[in-house]
Design a protein around this ligand. Structure first.
Ligand code: ATP
Length: 266
């Protein structure tokens, strides 16, 4: 994988084009003498949806933590907008606060309940405003967590495996919701995911992290809304799996009786 190294858009080029939502230069992070992030370069353009893939343990969450400002023991330069918000795999709701209070948690000033109500309506949770977190389903809790991110009116939304714990159907709905919210809001999104299809479905650009750097990037130029049945979709999926070192499954051979009837009709 190290042979096909495409670094993300170079900082000077990004500087001349559009304002960047994220600009990372020469970023390194060392744990116990091991460089998990190693001179990483990354630019996310304003309003761009970027997905970040990479094998387990390659440093994706470490990078996200640095971008949120939770980890500052770094070398290099990181430029992110002040207005940013995060949602993680675990919704991280406070069990002793009702949903609407969770949404407003940590906001400066004294925001009114109506602010939370609007955000909850945006994610389809207007009927759960007064619920306790423990009564929410997994998908509802994740949407509440998204509402909490949205009330911050972020210029940058950082998502770390937000759909990872959801069942397949809820996951599809949540992916659609994030796609719609992104289109309405126009904020930049950096989504960490293990799911190649999710990345192709949602992102303008997919990055693959390896050896502490962005080792590969692919522009996703499929029209939206995207259809996983589109042959272009399958091609991009296979291309990305290849860069992740995963062989795409070959179609199963047709059962023996199918061969028989095919040859019989031929
Ligand atoms: N606080 C820490 N102390 C020591 N090592 C750490 C710490 N945080 C992360 N690491 C190590 O850094 C490496 C990258 O971890 P990170 O969580 O960023 O990977 P990841 O790509 O997000 O993995 P996954 O896809 O499995 O979530 C791992 O080897 C991990 O053990």
């Amino acid at each position: 994988m190290a042979t096909d190294v495409h670094r993300a858009v170079s900082p000077d080029r990004a500087g001349q084009e559009e304002p960047a939502a994220v600009r990372v230069q020469g970023l390194s992070r060392t744990f116990d003498g091991r460089r998990v992030v190693d001179g990483l370069e990354l630019t996310v353009r304003s309003g761009e949806f970027v997905a970040l893939l990479g094998r387990s343990g390659c440093g994706k969450s470490t990078l996200l933590k640095i971008l949120t400002g939770l980890d500052r023991e770094i070398e290099g330069a990181v430029l992110v907008p002040r207005r940013k918000a995060t949602a993680f795999q675990a919704p991280r709701l406070m069990p002793w606060k009702k949903v609407w209070r969770n949404v407003l948690l940590g906001l400066p000033g004294k925001p009114e309940r109506a602010v939370a109500e609007r955000a909850l309506a945006e994610v389809g949770l207007d009927h759960r405003v007064d619920a306790w977190p423990k009564t929410l389903s997994g998908g509802e809790a994740q949407r509440a967590s998204l509402a909490r991110a949205l009330v911050r009116e972020p210029d940058l939304l950082l998502l770390d495996e937000p759909f990872g714990a959801l069942d397949a159907l809820t996951r599809i709905k949540a992916q659609r919701l994030v796609g719609e919210l992104w289109q309405q809001r126009g904020c930049a999104v950096l989504l960490v995911t293990h799911d190649v299809e999710e990345a192709v479905l949602l992102a303008d650009r997919v990055l693959v992290m390896d050896d502490g750097v962005i080792a590969h990037e692919t522009e996703i130029d499929l029209p939206r809304p995207r259809d996983i049945a589109d042959p272009g979709f399958a091609e991009l999926r296979t291309h990305l799996l290849d860069h992740l070192g995963v062989e795409a499954p070959t179609p199963a051979p047709a059962p023996a009786h199918a061969h028989a009837s095919a040859s019989a009709s031929a």
